[in-house]
Write a protein that binds this ligand. Structure first.
Ligand SMILES: *Cc1c(COP(=O)(O)O)cnc(C)c1O
Length: 382
């Protein structure tokens, strides 16, 4: 089955009772038992729910994995993976990791004796230097946020295999339409389905896809034992969002390309960060491991001040200032005060997050309108 068919059909059958085409929202907490204690497919909805099962089967197919396990948020999914580790285990991850993952690794699992190292993952030697007998997981995120750097998934997975270490890829920014890390050697893929999979900014949801059924079983155990499960309505919304994933992401990629080109030659713009540019340091790798270059674009201003950035952020009409990404509508954000506000200035500037850096999540509106909107906002900058 090709991708565009999978999003509609994989794991999804018309309802066996009524023939309903759309997977029903099974809003029930428990199921009738034919006799007390008889094992049935569905017993209690923390353990299993048919709406959730349909979503899990669908996403497993999209990522070419053996099985998927859903959670109440992206971070709940990441948390569940960490709960399969033991005290003394170590994680190696990127130095521009998603802030919420960084907080979970250091502030929560740090207290349980799990240590995390953060390195520049575009440099394999830096990863290899941190690998010891305690290393259990290499945690990749690519493209990164908000600098849109590209990590070579296949090369990191090869290195990890050599040392018998697992590789997990946070595939939120790319979505399975653009990138399938399990095909490149990764063991586990994690998503904040809140973003491109859901795609309509109306749900918080997370999921993990495993290459091997054995690891999925460990996560299913954690899903039931710890209980951070999504409700059936949220599973329905993600399932519905996925049906147009390929169309939405393709349009977002086309719009992002147009917006990045426009910004690149604008007199008030300093740097534009977009992996689709041939002179982007990760362009060659992105071209190999992604189908297109994604819907995210970051840029800085020649007037590198917070005030100048604020003028752009308050001057747009279609780009709404908000956290999050991957929805049908375009969003604009200021990493230095929003997502990365907790990082000291010298540290964030060292990775390129200057006072004027602006991050765009490009939606599926008309590209001309998006460009006109940014042009008007940039005109207002002194
Ligand atoms: C948003 C996000 C998360 C966290 O997901 P939630 O659904 O907000 O819990 C994790 N990783 C990345 C890359 C994200 O963008």
């Amino acid at each position: 089955m090709k991708f565009a068919t999978k999003v509609i059909h994989a794991g999804i059958e018309p309802d066996p009772v009524t023939g309903a085409i759309m997977t029903p929202i099974y809003q029930t907490s428990t199921y009738k038992q034919s006799s007390p204690g008889t094992k049935q497919a569905f017993e209690y909805a923390r353990t299993q729910n048919p709406t959730r099962t349909a979503l899990q089967n669908n996403v497993a197919a999209l990522e070419n994995g053996a099985a998927a396990v859903c959670f109440g948020s992206g971070l709940a999914a990441i948390n569940a993976i960490c709960q399969t580790l033991n005290p003394g285990d170590e994680i190696i991850s990127t130095n521009d990791l998603y802030g919420g993952s960084h907080r979970l690794f250091t502030k929560v699992f740090g207290r349980f004796g799990i240590k995390s190292h953060f390195v520049d993952m575009t440099d394999l030697r830096q990863i290899e230097k941190q690998i010891t007998s305690k290393t259990k997981m290499i945690w990749i995120e690519t493209p990164t946020n908000p600098m849109l750097r590209i990590i070579d998934i296949e090369a990191v997975c090869q290195l990890a295999k050599k040392h018998e270490v697992w590789t997990v890829v946070d595939n939120t920014f790319a979505s399975p339409y653009l990138q399938t890390p399990l095909d490149l050697g990764a063991d586990v893929v994690v998503h904040s389905a809140t973003k491109y999979l859901g795609g309509h900014s109306d749900v918080i949801h997370g999921l993990v896809v495993c290459k091997e059924q054995a690891y999925a079983n460990e996560l299913l155990f954690v899903q039931n034992a710890a209980g951070a499960v999504p409700g059936p309505q949220d599973c329905f919304l993600v399932l519905r969002g996925i049906k147009t994933l390929h169309l939405r992401v393709q349009r977002a990629c086309e719009n992002a390309r147009a917006v990045a080109q426009f910004l690149r030659y604008h007199a008030k713009v300093d740097k534009v960060y977009y992996p689709g540019f041939e002179d982007h340091e990760g362009h060659g790798i992105a071209k190999r491991q992604m189908k297109d270059f994604g819907g995210m674009v970051s840029f800085s201003l020649k007037t590198d001040t917070y005030e100048a950035a604020l003028q752009v952020l308050s001057g747009t009409h279609y780009f709404t200032c908000a956290e999050s990404l991957g929805g049908v509508e375009s969003l604009i954000g200021h990493p230095a005060t929003m997502t990365h506000g907790a990082i000291p200035k010298p540290q964030r500037e060292a990775v390129g997050i200057t006072d004027s850096l602006i991050r765009l999540s490009i939606g599926i509106e008309d590209a001309d309108d998006l460009i006109a909107d940014l042009a008007a906002a940039l005109d207002s900058v002194c």
